[in-house]
Structures are given as C-alpha cells and as structure tokens.
Design a protein around this ligand. Structure first.
Ligand SMILES: NC(=O)c1ccc[n+]([C@@H]2O[C@H](COP(=O)([O-])OP(=O)(O)OC[C@H]3O[C@@H](n4cnc5c(N)ncnc54)[C@H](O)[C@@H]3O)[C@@H](O)[C@H]2O)c1
Length: 314
C-alpha cells in the first residue's frame, strides 16, 4: 500500500492511546476511519481532535466489545452501512488490556477477560472483516502484539501469563497469514506490531476494565519486591497502583503519537514486523542473541546496561 489517501480503515480501541493517534493520523492522511471502543466518551474526544486537526478523512464511531463475536459482527455490518461499502482497506486490531498475570492465582474469569480481549478481539475482527478486505483491490491487516509477543515477561518476579499468551498468539496468527495471503489473497498484506513501553493510560484503563484494583494481589506483589504493606490501608494500595499507572503513562520513552507514526510508516514501507521504540528493538536483539537466559535475572542486567530497563524494573 503506497498511500492511505482515499482508503477506509477500521481501528479497534480508537478511544485512547495508540488507537486514538492512529485514527488522527489516518484521517489527516485522507483516510476514512471506522473506530470502535467500549465507551462513547473517549471516542467522542478522538472525533473532536480529528475535527480540530481539520482532517479530510471521515471518521465514524461504533460501540463494540471486541471480545464478543456477536458485537463484532454487528460492528462490521454497521461499518458497511455507515460507509456504504462492502470493502475496507485496512484493519488495525489495536484494542487491548493487561492484567491477570498469574495462571495459578488469578481468578479464571479475570485471566480469560485479558486473553479474550487481546486474542479474541484480534481473532473475531479478522474473521468478521477479512471478507471485506478481500473485496478491495488492496488491503492490510495490522495486528498489535507487543514485546510480550516474543518475550513473556515484565520482569523476573512478576507473572504475566494472560497478556503474553494472547500476544504470542497474535504474533503467530499474523506471521502465518503472510503465507496464507500470498497463496489465497495476494493483494493483502499482514503486519505485526510489537511496541515497547509507550506512554498511554493502558495500566489505568486495564485496572478499570478488571473492575478495580485487586488489593490482595498487589500486597503479594509488593511483598515479593520486599516492600512492606502491613502499614498501608486498602485505599493507599489503590492510590499506589494508580500512581504507577500514571508513571507508566508519563515516563515512557515513546509517545502514543510517535508510536502511531512508526506503525503507519511501517505499513506503507511494507514491513511485516514493526517494532516500536528503541526499547523494543533492544529487547528483540537481546532475546534473539541469547534466548536461553531470557527469563533469568542476568537478562535484566543486560537490559539495564543498555539503559532500557524502563518499566520492567522500577
Ligand atoms: N502502551 C504500551 O506500552 C503497549 C506496549 C505493547 C503493546 N501495547 C498494545 O497496544 C495496544 C493499544 O494499547 P494502548 O497502550 O494504546 O492502551 P490504551 O488503554 O490507551 O488503549 C486501548 C484501547 O482499547 C480499548 N479497549 C479495551 N478493551 C476493549 C474491548 N474489549 N473492545 C474494544 N475496545 C477495547 C480501550 O478502551 C482503549 O481505548 C494494545 O493492544 C496493547 O496491548 C501497548
């Protein structure tokens, strides 16, 4: 694909973070966009920003929980009606949440919530929208995985199973689609996005998506980090988690807007693997160089030596 001008893109999770910036930059490039999210307010803000940018792309908003196949099917039908077309050129499977790190101690429902959004969302949207992509003369599927799609960790003492399992699955499907498209739909391309630490509200949004802070889990996690919590009230634990969420958003090496630019440039350049941020590039190189030590403390030391420890151990 050599231009976004005059195309139609679907962006999931367009209400905040990288999704919002993808919508803005696509619309600014003359691309029509159909975005979805789980609540109206953030999408209305994205739409307001697009208008403020005076972009030529037309943007529509759709309420849809991507983990629910029925809602995704309705989203697809509504997009077709709103844009009066049976063809979309770009599918950005961007929506995602974190949380439910432990396979052993987290509630199964909580674990499956993270997995179903991060993997199920990509799966349902590919199933629903691929026929509309096939209908076009040219199209691209852009699936957001993570560095946790090739490295199942956020540090040696913090379980990270649901998100990592989903993100590995997203990366696997996307890579496998490359050959499938070459054989069965050569006018389509597949791209896997693997961001490092990007300055968004994902930590805060994920806590909300799971119905608030799991205080007892947080107490256990802090105990593993030798931080005593017996003097802290539940409210103080909640505030500490919120503060970490704000720090994650405010102290990132790459902004959401910068990330969206890297993603869109990667799609135009035809790159099937799009690493976002210097930290993602360093992690990718370190894991490839010595996969056997990827889950050992010494790996974190190597990450620290490169100055890319960032969010992983602070
Ligand atoms: N921020 C990072 O450091 C980082 C790193 C690697 C990968 N990612 C991935 O990038 C993607 C975008 O995340 P972000 O950092 O911009 O976070 P974000 O929280 O700002 O944006 C995610 C958006 O998805 C929406 N969403 C959540 N669940 C949904 C559902 N069930 N259906 C529809 N929409 C839903 C949220 O409401 C939100 O608007 C996610 O897939 C995330 O896993 C983020």
């Amino acid at each position: 694909m050599d231009t976004f001008d005059g195309r139609l893109a679907v962006v999931t999770g367009g209400g905040t973070g990288m999704g919002r910036e993808l919508v803005r930059q696509l619309a600014a490039a003359g691309c029509d966009v159909a975005m979805c999210d789980v609540s109206e307010g953030p999408m209305a803000e994205t739409t307001r920003l697009v208008a403020e940018d005076e972009s030529s792309g037309r943007v529509s908003s759709h309420l849809c929980d991507v983990s629910d196949e029925e809602q995704v099917t309705t989203f697809r039908d509504t997009v077709a009606a709103a844009h009066e077309t049976e063809c979309i050129n770009l599918l950005f499977n961007n929506a995602g949440i974190g949380g439910a790190g432990s396979f052993l101690t987290n509630e199964r429902a909580e674990w499956e919530r993270t997995f179903d959004v991060c993997w199920g969302g990509v799966y349902h949207c590919c199933r629903a929208f691929l026929p509309m992509l096939v209908n076009c003369d040219r199209g691209a599927v852009v699936n957001t995985s993570s560095v946790n799609g090739f490295w199942a960790s956020i540090g040696p003492d913090t379980p990270h199973t649901a998100y990592s399992a989903a993100k590995f699955a997203v990366k696997g499907l996307t890579e496998a689609l490359i050959a499938d498209f070459r054989v069965n739909a050569p006018h389509l391309s597949a791209h896997v996005v693997m961001p490092g630490h990007i300055g968004t509200s994902i930590a805060l949004n994920s806590t909300a998506a799971h119905g608030g802070v799991n205080v007892s889990d947080v107490r256990k996690m802090l105990a593993r980090q030798d931080i005593p919590t017996d003097q802290l009230t539940d409210e103080q634990i909640e505030e500490l988690v919120a503060e970490r969420g704000r720090q994650f958003r405010d102290n990132a090496p790459t902004s959401a807007a910068e990330a969206a630019t890297v993603i869109l440039d990667g799609v135009l350049a035809g790159e099937w693997r799009i690493l976002v941020g210097e930290d993602a590039n360093v992690l990718d190189a370190l894991v490839r160089d010595d996969p056997w030590s990827a889950y050992e403390p010494e790996f974190m030391d190597r990450l620290a030596e490169g100055g890319h420890l960032g969010v992983f151990r602070e």
